[in-house]
Ligand binder design. Structure first.
Ligand code: ATP
Length: 249
């Protein structure tokens, strides 16, 4: 990635420093909000305690998420400022492999930021980016927070929301949507209300969901099995136990 600084890969905190740099560059480009810097810091602390790895229950969640995206009537991958800064090309690839739409969906919504993110996704190969029309509303939220595209998240049966705010995650769930949430905090409301909580760093989660989707594509039985065998409560409990026990490798 052109914005990436020259960090020695041997540095013990290489990935975390790279992540920080991408978020910082995202703020400079007008993609990520300053609140996004704080969110990143919160996430990093949980990731450190998880051992900066994808635990088995998160891998199961990523497989279930891939299955939901593939078997949906209309799946949407929601993109906020942190997700765009961290994994733009990986989000475009996931949408391509699963047939999902990409929709820019911001908590601190400004037209400039929506445009900047849509442009950034296009630079990374996206052809159709939703979120600019904002002609739909999520019931139960104030005006700005409620805006979505009517033919995007508004009409979707399955939505992947990385790093979503708790209120909006709850409201989307109340609309009857199947919610796939990526959040490193297993106690966040977003993770707790999700059909599939993915307790993993978005940097690892998105490429792994894509890999599972490649594997599950064209196999409805395997997709159903991945969905049926996933248990959200035990995945949350497992992640919390791992964090609390600090089983660092
Ligand atoms: P909630 O309203 O859901 O309870 P919150 O207000 O605690 O959430 P914020 O600080 O708004 O949460 O959002 C940041 C969330 O995103 C945190 O839970 C943090 O752990 C998570 N997060 C931050 N960076 C990443 C990342 N790279 N990958 C996955 N999750 C992340």
């Amino acid at each position: 990635m052109s914005e990436d600084v020259d960090l020695p890969e041997s540095h013990p905190r290489y990935e975390s420093l790279l992540t920080r740099h991408r978020i910082e560059a995202g703020v400079d480009r007008g993609i990520t909000s300053r609140q996004g810097l704080i969110a990143q810091g919160r996430g990093e602390a949980f990731d450190y305690l998880l051992g900066e790895r994808t635990i088995d229950s998160a891998d199961d969640a990523e497989r279930a998420a891939a299955a939901h995206l593939l078997s949906a009537d209309h799946a949407v991958v929601s993109v906020n400022g942190n997700a765009a800064a961290l994994v733009p090309g990986e989000l475009v690839e996931l949408a391509e492999v699963t047939g999902a739409d990409l929709e820019v969906n911001l908590f601190n919504r400004t037209e400039e930021r929506i445009e900047a993110i849509a442009d950034y996704l296009r630079e990374h190969g996206a052809t159709d980016v939703k979120g600019l029309t904002a002609d739909g509303r999520i019931p139960g939220l104030d005006h700005e927070r409620a805006k979505v595209d009517a033919d995007g998240i508004g009409a979707a049966d399955v939505v992947l929301v990385p790093l979503e705010d708790g209120d909006r995650a709850e409201a989307l769930g109340e609309m009857g949507k199947t919610e796939l949430v990526i959040d490193l905090n297993p106690r966040s409301r977003s993770a707790e209300v999700a059909t599939v909580p993915i307790i993993d760093n978005i940097i690892r989660a998105i490429p792994n969901i894509t890999e599972h989707a490649r594997d599950l594509r064209g196999d409805p039985d395997a997709q159903q099995d991945a969905i049926d065998t996933f248990d959200a409560d035990s995945a949350l409990t497992d992640a919390e136990r791992t964090i609390r026990e600090g089983d660092l490798e």
